[in-house]
Design a protein. Structure first.
Length: 511
């Protein structure tokens, strides 16, 4: 907020360190903004020895009584018109957490006072439950953490003598502070510095950003919730129709080899904390085998693993498959042997497919196709369109070494080809039906014979005298014979045209 210097959230600063200036009273801060950046800075300024990574342990949040109540509040705000107001009102009705408040009081700093500024309500539904609840408790127990709602219009002067101009309900206030922290979120640099260019290129840039992994989160709902890391086998069909359990983020720390049966320690991120778990050396060996694409006797081995070991195994192999073609083969075998909830894998499968669009080899693209239609259906629609578009271009390029690899795998996933690619896919099949690709040509003919109804409908919409006339004679004969066998799906007016060409082709062949 000019003319004040930028105090970037992404730079190291001294907010969490004791004040070193000599003052008769506390250093007065205004923290403006109630997103996670603002909330964290309130905590940094009011708690001694603040370390984000130690919050769970320091304040015993993994045993917090209010955990379930907080989660219920998160569910309830999805259906209200003013979620920010609802959060604040419901927080104020929660039972007082005696132990948490005691620990917070012991850590309060004696050198700072913070005024928390926000536009309407203190807490935003877009911020972390953890951060906003801790700040809520500070507001209840700490006389030196206060609030000042309203719109921060200006910051005049120089630290340590600032004047904050705040507008609230038409009234203007001028309040003195020593220092200020503004956390109002990022601005678009191109929109600010090149507004005309931004307006002209905005749609083009938005389309290009579809594949920018920083534009969307890469974890499914519940990814960090230890409560949802249930055994994969325990997810029944009924549970999937409600809200499938999601796989948690798991980190393995392997210890040096020893005579102990347990050689790895597992840390599983939870809603509030990290719980230690262990995995058996056999599970680690199976992970290494799958990363190398090996899967001998996989079903029997999986049956001997504990539920959490299966979750860890899948997570580890899927992460490895993002960069290793051998692990991708292992992932395929693992998916065939386990019942993984769709919500737990859709985002990372999307990332896997997106990466293959940009840098995947022919073998990698083929391995992804081999994952099958059930898995590919989980992929983001834009990514799936780009992936199959690149596959169809490979077939149209007619390089036999490529077509012989891709076409046999492609024909098994025809049902998930996006509608916008139906015509180009059909053209690619017709072009390959009698090519010299020893594996690609037969696969293309089989694909034509087994077209799913959605693709068959698209083909019949194009079928006409003029369109058939453009096809090579062999291809025309093949197509008409194939269509004759699908009489139940073909309208009568189209059937006459098909019979005409199939009959003439049969007559020529007899002659």
């Amino acid at each position: 907020m000019p003319p004040q210097p930028l105090r970037s959230y992404w730079r190291n600063d001294s907010l969490h360190q004791p004040e070193i200036e000599i003052r008769s009273d506390r250093t007065k801060y205004i923290v403006s903004g109630n997103g996670d950046g603002g909330l964290i800075d309130v905590l940094r300024l009011r708690l001694k020895d603040f370390k984000q990574e130690d919050l769970i342990q320091d304040f015993k949040l993994d045993t917090l009584d209010q955990r379930d109540a907080l989660l219920q509040i998160e569910e309830s705000i999805a259906s209200v018109s003013d979620p920010d107001r609802s959060i604040y009102e419901q927080y104020c009705q929660l039972k007082k957490p005696e132990e948490l408040d005691r620990l917070l009081i012991l850590r309060l700093r004696s050198d700072t006072a913070v005024t928390f500024n926000y536009a309407t309500w203190p807490f935003s539904c877009r911020s972390s439950v953890l951060h906003r609840y801790l700040v809520h408790r500070l507001l209840q127990i700490d006389e030196h953490t206060t609030v000042q709602p309203g719109f921060l219009k200006a910051l005049d002067g120089h630290e340590p003598s600032l004047t904050a101009t705040i507008e609230l309900d038409g009234e203007i206030k001028h309040l003195p502070f020593h220092r200020a922290v503004v956390r109002h979120g990022p601005n678009s640099a191109i929109a600010r510095d090149f507004p005309k260019l931004n307006e002209k290129l905005r749609l083009t840039l938005d389309a290009r950003n579809v594949f920018d992994e920083t534009r969307r989160r890469l974890w499914p709902d519940g990814f960090f919730d230890e409560r949802q890391m249930a055994s994969v086998e325990s997810v029944s069909a009924q549970e999937e129709t409600k809200k499938p359990a999601d796989i948690g983020m798991i980190v393995v720390e392997e210890s040096p080899s020893s005579t102990e049966p347990v050689v790895g320690k597992l840390r599983a991120s939870s809603f509030f904390g990290i719980g230690p778990l262990t995995i058996n050396e056999n599970a680690i060996q199976l992970r290494d085998d799958l990363r190398n694409g090996e899967s001998q006797d996989l079903g029997n081995k999986l049956a001997l693993l504990k539920g959490i070991e299966k979750v860890w195994l899948f997570s580890s192999v899927l992460d490895a498959a993002l960069v290793d073609d051998r692990a991708l083969i292992g992932l395929r075998h693992l998916l065939n042997e386990t019942n993984i909830p769709a919500s737990a894998i859709s985002d990372r499968i999307t990332r896997l497919v997106r990466d293959a669009v940009f840098k995947g080899s022919i073998a990698r693209k083929e391995s992804i196709l081999r994952l099958g239609p059930g898995i590919l259906k989980l992929v983001d629609a834009d990514v799936l369109q780009a992936f199959f578009g690149s596959i169809i271009q490979l077939v149209e390029r007619d390089q036999y070494s490529e077509v012989n690899v891709i076409m046999p795998a492609l024909r098994h996933v025809q049902e998930v080809i996006p509608p916008g690619l139906y015509d180009s896919y059909i053209d690619a099949l017709l072009g390959q039906a009698y090519s010299n690709a020893v594996a690609g040509a037969p696969a293309a003919r089989l694909a034509l014979q087994t077209l799913p109804n959605n693709l068959l409908t698209a083909l019949l919409e194009r079928l006409s005298e003029e369109w058939l006339a453009q096809l090579a004679e062999k291809t025309k004969i093949l197509l008409c014979k194939i269509l004759q066998q699908r009489t139940e799906a073909i309208p009568s007016e189209k059937r006459l045209l098909i019979d005409k060409y199939a009959g003439s082709a049969s007559g020529k062949s007899t002659k």
